[in-house]
Ligand binder design. Structure first.
Ligand SMILES: Nc1ncnc2c1ncn2[C@@H]1O[C@H](COP(=O)(O)OP(=O)(O)O)[C@@H](O)[C@H]1O
Ligand SMILES: [Mg+2]
Length: 1107
């Protein structure tokens, strides 16, 4: 099976040519036209072999989306239309898979899109390389280093609102898997003159504006700054605001980026302090002051600013002030101080500002490097991205342009070296004979500039170091002598008179024929700029600062490390750094992006051919193409080549069975392509002329059209045939179905007709049988009916006869019985009548009585004397018997009950009986006493030792011993007394001491009085004239009144044989000494609750209130 994968090619849908190697004919005009055509179709990228040319669109194009990243990911370089992503992908994959370090060289003039291109490369690599938290942090730090460097190193220029004012080379380091580990940034040649002066329409570095617009009030106060740009001499005012740029927002972005990159808060603060100091330096102004000796001397106009700078940086004010007024020159042993005039003072001030800023910038780069450097020591793969100025050809070209162009010259050199080398290597690899390539080698120009003995830079250094008066003119003179014969050096004043009459070459200039064109350099300022002088007094003053960062920026100010040797010149420094860069680049696989600016207006859609032509020239693009095409213009691996063109030859179409190379050979033979037009390499076919390729492409296009027609034809035929086949198949199916349906229908009809006929015949037959059966049935029924009638008649006749017979028999029996009865009655009538009734009556009565007694036997109630139950009377005539029986039974059971008593019990009951006789229904207190047993001696005098004396005094048996209330006769109040009753006496004793108070013989007691009510009061009346009666009668109250009265009564009766008089009355008289007092009981006056109270009302009345 052939591969189904769709192989696209750069050659598909090409606008102009995607690869300018294929341009035919090749000249400046065709190159420009091709670029323009593509630019107009928004194709901003074009290849020269593997070099990408990028034309700045000045508008955002939808070609950098994540989808695009996916499109270009892992695709071959020539597979899709030219794109910076294709180059990035190629570089990244070569790094990852083939372990080749890469460098991406981006050149072009200011505003051509270099920085953007470098960011695109970085973002593409970031998008396709590994993922994960750690990797993402590294990526983020690498990407965030850009805003920081741009704030400090970029500025608005007339060409570019965000122009990088330094060259930058960044190494991104990867591990073996292709995950980023970190990076190293090198910076080249910051345009520090911008700090103190900017051309019209341009600005100082962004950071100054960002700080003033975006810094908080608090921050500005701390830095002693004001928000107003116009306060600062170093800020150009006419273009302080840039359209579409929000400095304040950018300031926040930069602060944020610094944080992400890893700047500590205090570091960021120190950096801003240095920025503030530089800004304020510009405001220091000097005025002349004449000295007596005629020497000019300068003086600081307003020391306020100086003071603030010193506060900010921690420098002693006097030290800095002196450094601005004097210059100390130290030679071997001597130290000479000279005063500075106003111009020199300004020079010193600006030099300090420039140095401070450029050193700060270098410090920033180092600091970022510290943060982003790879953390591991494992072997790293490196991708370098170089974003550096391209060739600069201005009207006035000075030292800077010279240096920049030198750098580009060097870049071109390694480009040539590497391209040619690569080309050569490829030829060897592919086994193709090496043909010499004609191209211009610019090594000779490099030599003119950098040669150590007579190069221009060496001359300049020599001049700068030479004692005596040194000026730019003397330097030019020297050049005129030394370089006069050099082919690429031109000067009016050179010994060689070639240019004597060349008016385009002013006297104060020299011209160099760079590989990209001739450039005229103004010699003025070369010496100064190369010297890059900062007076030692100033660097020492800076070193003395207490501001740690500033101090560290000026290590040469340390007097201990004084170095009389001059610091290296700017030129030699740059030369050295370029040399290291070149060395570095040479070890890597180069990838080129050459940026072109289509117009000077930063506008979209405008393609200024003149401007582009100029750039093409100095970028040496034609040279590029030529070098690339020197041998063979086009090469392609056999497989894709065969795949692309196999339709051009019968043998190879549609499938080639053998190896691809043989297929291509067959193909090319068949097409009769001249042999000198191509060569077979090991894995690639090399085509010498683009013409051949285009011929192939044309043929392919033609053939593709034919093929399309063929495919169309076959497809249509196939479509019609399949349609027809489908119709035929459908027709057969439909016919079959229809036939089946028709047959079914007919069969159904026949079937139903047969059924009808059948049913008719069956019906007729059935009816015939039915008729016959019905006839038979009727005959049978008739016979049965007749038989039934006959039997019926027979049976009824028999029944009638039997009934008649039974009636006769019954009649005979009745008559017989009557006859017999009559006979018997007639015989016995004489035995009945007399005595029968009386006997029956007696018998019945006897039976009833018997039954009554038997029943009573079973119904007798319990033997308890208090049981009131008695069965009800059954017959009225037994009423008296029944009552008598009840009485007898009760008496009998009482007797039974009494028979069980002991003597003691008998005594108790006798007493109780006595009490009942005495008080029942007379005294209201009585019923409550019935349940109380009579205990007599409540107080156990024998046992209580307190009453021992009392006990000893009494010899008789004690019947009652109880505490009673003795009512005081004077006031009705009561006192407790022990009440003792013996066989013959009544005694009262003190309750506490037991001492006998009074003793009354029973014979002297005449009467006991009490109320009829529910109280315990009683009076004991004594015999008048007896010894005891002298004190009067006693009035007591006791809880056991009934018991006491009963016992007193019984004892008196048994001892004196006299009945004691017990009076029950609610009003009685008591003898108190001489007086008789009436004791009166009143009921219902319940003042004191349920206790009866006694009160003496007057002499004659004592009132007892009973509840
Ligand atoms: N590929 C691009 N797509 C859109 N605009 C671009 C592109 N490249 C450059 N630009 C525009 O051109 C301006 C200058 O580009 P820049 O890369 O800063 O130039 P250089 O670094 O070469 O001086 C950018 O600010 C941007 O507006
Ligand atoms: Mg730039």
């Amino acid at each position: 099976m052939a591969k189904m994968e769709v192989k696209t090619s750069l050659l598909d849908n090409m606008i102009g040519v995607g690869d300018m190697v294929l341009l035919e004919p090749l000249n400046e005009e065709t190159v420009i036209n091709n670029l323009k055509k593509r630019f107009d179709h928004s194709e901003i990228y074009t290849y020269i072999g593997s070099v990408v040319i990028s034309v700045n669109p000045y508008r955002s194009l939808p070609i950098y989306s994540p989808e695009k990243v996916e499109d270009y990911r892992n695709r071959n370089f020539y597979e899709l239309s030219p794109h910076i992503f294709a180059l990035s992908d190629e570089a990244y994959r070569s790094l990852r898979d083939q372990d080749k370090d890469q460098c991406i060289l981006i050149t072009g003039e200011s505003g051509a899109g270099k920085t953007e291109a470098s960011k695109l490369v970085m973002s593409y690599v970031a998008a396709v390389c590994g993922k994960g938290a750690e990797v993402n942090q590294v990526k983020e730090q690498l990407l965030q280093s850009n805003p920081v460097l741009e704030a400090f190193g970029n500025a608005k220029t007339v060409r570019n609102d965000n122009s990088s004012r330094f060259g930058k080379y960044m190494d991104i380091e990867f591990d073996f898997k292709g995950d980023p580990l970190g990076g190293v940034i090198s910076n080249y040649l910051l345009e520090k003159s911008r700090v103190v002066k900017q051309p019209r329409g341009e600005r100082n570095f962004h950071v100054f504006y960002q700080l003033l617009s975006g810094g908080s009030e608090e921050l500005l106060n701390k830095l002693k700054l004001e928000r107003d740009f116009s306060r600062y001499n170093y800020l150009s005012l006419d273009s302080a605001k840039v359209n579409g740029v929000d400095d304040a927002a950018n300031f926040r972005t930069v602060r944020n980026a610094m944080q992400i990159v890893g700047f500590m808060d205090h570091e960021a603060e120190s950096v801003l302090e240095v920025v503030a100091a530089v800004l304020k330096l510009g405001n220091i102004e000097f005025k002349p002051e004449s000295r007596v000796n005629g020497l000019d001397e300068s003086k600081i106009k307003d020391k306020n600013e100086l003071k603030e700078i010193c506060e900010l940086t921690g420098i002693d004010q006097s030290v800095l002030e002196r450094a601005f007024s004097f210059r100390t020159v130290e030679a071997k042993q001597e130290k000479v101080s000279t005063t500075l005039n106003v111009a020199q003072a300004y020079y010193a001030r600006d030099a300090l500002a420039k140095n401070l800023y450029s050193r700060l910038f270098s410090w920033l780069v180092n600091r970022i490097n510290e943060s982003i450097k790879a953390q591991t020591k494992v072997r790293k793969k490196v991708m370098g991205v170089l974003d550096i100025y391209g060739f600069e050809i201005f009207e006035d070209n000075s030292f800077e342009q010279f240096i920049i162009n030198y750098c580009n010259e060097k870049l071109q050199q390694i480009f040539i070296e590497l391209t040619v080398k690569e080309e050569q290597e490829e030829y060897i690899r592919e086994g193709i004979e090496w043909t010499h390539i004609e191209y211009f080698n610019n090594a000779i120009i490099c030599d003119l500039i950098e040669n150590n003995t007579n190069g221009i830079l060496a001359m300049l250094d020599e001049e700068c170091l030479r004692p005596g008066t040194v000026t730019d003119e003397t330097f030019l003179e020297k050049l005129n002598q030394v370089c006069a014969t050099h082919q690429h050096f031109e000067s009016r004043m050179s010994k060689c008179s070639r240019f004597l009459n060349d008016t385009s070459l002013p006297h104060s200039c020299f011209r160099i024929q760079h590989y990209a064109g001739k450039v005229l350099y103004q010699v003025e300022g070369f010496v100064d700029k190369n010297n890059d002088l900062l007076y030692r007094d100033l660097s020492q003053a800076m070193w003395k600062a207490s501001h740690a960062l500033i101090k560290s920026l000026f290590p040469e100010g340390n007097p201990a490390k004084i170095n009389l040797k001059r610091p290296p010149t700017a030129g030699s420094q740059f030369k050295a750094s370029v040399a290291t860069l070149m060395k570095n680049l040479q070890t890597k696989n180069p990838n080129y992006i050459r940026c072109i600016k289509p117009n000077d207006k930063k506008a979209a859609h405008i393609f200024n051919e003149g401007l582009v032509c100029h750039q093409i020239r100095y970028l040496g693009l034609l040279e590029n193409v030529r070098v690339r095409r020197a041998g063979y213009a086009f090469r392609q691996a056999y497989e894709p080549c065969l795949e692309r063109y196999k339709m051009l030859c019968k043998q190879t179409w549609p499938h080639w069975k053998g190896p691809a190379r043989a297929g291509v050979e067959v193909l090319f033979n068949e097409l009769e392509i001249p042999v000198e037009e191509y060569s077979f390499g090991r894995s690639k076919i090399f085509i010498r002329n683009p013409r051949t390729l285009f011929k192939l492409e044309d043929l392919r296009k033609q053939r593709l059209e034919d093929l399309a027609t063929l495919i169309q034809k076959i497809y249509r035929g196939w479509k019609c045939r399949t349609h027809f086949l489908l119709m035929r198949k459908s027709q057969i199916v439909i016919a079959a179905w229809y036939r089946r349906y028709a047959q079914q229908k007919r069969y159904q009809q026949i079937k139903s007709s047969a059924l009808v006929i059948q049913s008719y015949i069956r019906g007729w037959k059935a009816r015939k049988i039915l008729q016959e059966l019905k006839h038979q049935k009727r005959c049978q029924e008739a016979a049965t009916t007749i038989a039934a009638y006959w039997h019926g008649t027979q049976a009824r006749r028999e029944l009638k006869r039997l009934k008649e017979e039974a009636r006769r028999k019954h009649a005979v029996a009745v008559i017989w019985a009557y006859w017999l009865g009559l006979k018997v009655r007639r015989e016995y009538r004489k035995f009945f009548r007399a005595n029968a009734g009386k006997k029956i009556y007696e018998f019945t009565l006897q039976r009833i009585m018997q039954k009554y007694f038997l029943e009573m036997k079973n119904k007798v109630p319990s033997l308890s004397p208090i049981d009131k139950n008695w069965p009800s009377r059954p017959y009225l005539f037994l009423d008296s018997t029944h009552k008598e029986l009840k009485r007898i039974f009760h008496l009998w059971r009482c007797k039974k009950y009494r028979d069980q008593f002991t003597d003691q019990q008998k005594l108790i009951y006798e007493e109780k009986l006595e009490a009942s006789e005495l008080f029942k229904d007379k005294k209201a207190l009585y019923p409550s006493s019935v349940g109380q047993p009579f205990q007599g001696p409540y107080l156990e005098i024998n046992k209580n030792p307190k009453y021992k004396k009392l006990k000893d005094a009494i010899e008789e048996k004690i019947i009652i011993a109880e505490v009673v209330n003795k009512i005081n006769r004077a006031n009705g109040k009561s006192t407790n007394r022990i009440f003792l009753l013996t066989n013959n006496n009544l005694l009262l004793a003190d309750q506490k001491s037991g001492q006998i108070k009074s003793e009354v013989p029973l014979v002297d007691v005449t009467k006991v009085s009490m109320s009829s009510q529910n109280d315990g009061f009683f009076a004991i009346h004594l015999k008048e004239g007896s010894e005891a009666a002298s004190k009067g009668d006693f009035l007591f109250s006791s809880d056991h009144l009934i018991e006491m009265a009963t016992k007193l009564y019984r004892t008196t009766l048994s001892q004196t044989k006299q009945k004691l008089n017990i009076e029950i009355s609610d009003e009685f008289l008591v003898q108190f000494r001489q007086d008789k007092v009436c004791v009166k009981f009143i009921q219902g006056n319940q003042k004191n609750g349920s206790v009866p109270t006694c009160k003496r009302k007057n002499n004659r009345l004592l009132e007892v209130a009973v509840p």
